[in-house]
Design a protein around this ligand. Sequence first.
Ligand code: IPM
Ligand code: MN
Length: 331
Amino acid sequence: MAHRIALIGGDGIGPEVTTEAVKVVRAAGVNIDTTDFDLGGQRYLRDGEILSDSVLNELRNFDAILLGAVGTPEVPPGVIERGLLLKMRFELDLFVNQRPFIGTAPGHATPHDFICIRENTEGPYVGEGGVLRKGTAHEVATQGSVNTRMGVERCIRYAFELASQRERKHVTLVHKTNVLTFAGDLWQRAFNDVAAEFPQVETAYNHVDAACIYFVQDPHRYDVIVTDNLFGDILTDLGGAVSGGIGLASSANLNPARTGPSMFEPVHGSAPDIVGTGKANPTAAILSAALMLDFLGESAAADRIRTACATNPTGSTVDIGNAIAALVAGK
Ligand code: IPM
Ligand code: MN
């Protein structure tokens, strides 16, 4: 039976890269039935729709969502991000943001292979806070970070389960426990408690600032990293930069309980400066589609796609998509 996929190309280069991802999935012989959803900044500018509850409910009926990128310079920052992307992450309970990094960092001789597990529904992303006396010299802005024991623990447990299936069986907690003492203490205790359930998994802790150094100087120390939403956002851009570039960085927004669809998207944004030029590398979107196939039980096809992507074809967006499609199809 065909997997039912909701396609949200979105803005900027999003539609260009998702077209190539769909092409490659089909070339790999996986039967998908796609439905296009016209959502994103451009749609919002046309008729004000961002993501209504009825469209959100339609999305719930799909097996997975494949997303390109959202956000456009004509719309103020946050409107589309919060109203579309974060709304999907929160409402569909996509509490794990899984971002794999395989590559050779500049100055290193051998490739690293690690996975960031970013908590995806809490932390500073919840939008807690407000402003007072806006625009005056006495303006106040607060932005809270929400960390629940349930939310933190389920994310950490996912990281340990993942690590227990990997060869190295190692999890590093990344936080800033020396300054964010309330949230950091909750994370550290939840981490220690879950670690006790997985005696076969080794553990480590890094402060997030130190982790930035290790990502560049010693990425081989990592196997699975688990971290909060905002640290994970920032660290995974760095992860992309040390693993062949952001054009290769893929991600899976997962609802591991499978109470609804999970969402798959490249880490990069809509890159409005290069839209229509053919300069966008579709590999991150193609690798995100491979993560989708893993989640849909099509790991053999996903592996073939990853092997094809590793040849790093060059050329335009369509050239790269065609080259990877031809490799997975065995042509
Ligand atoms: C990401 C993006 C998003 C985030 C933005 C677009 C809201 O940067 O997926 O990493 O901050 O999570
Ligand atoms: Mn980001």
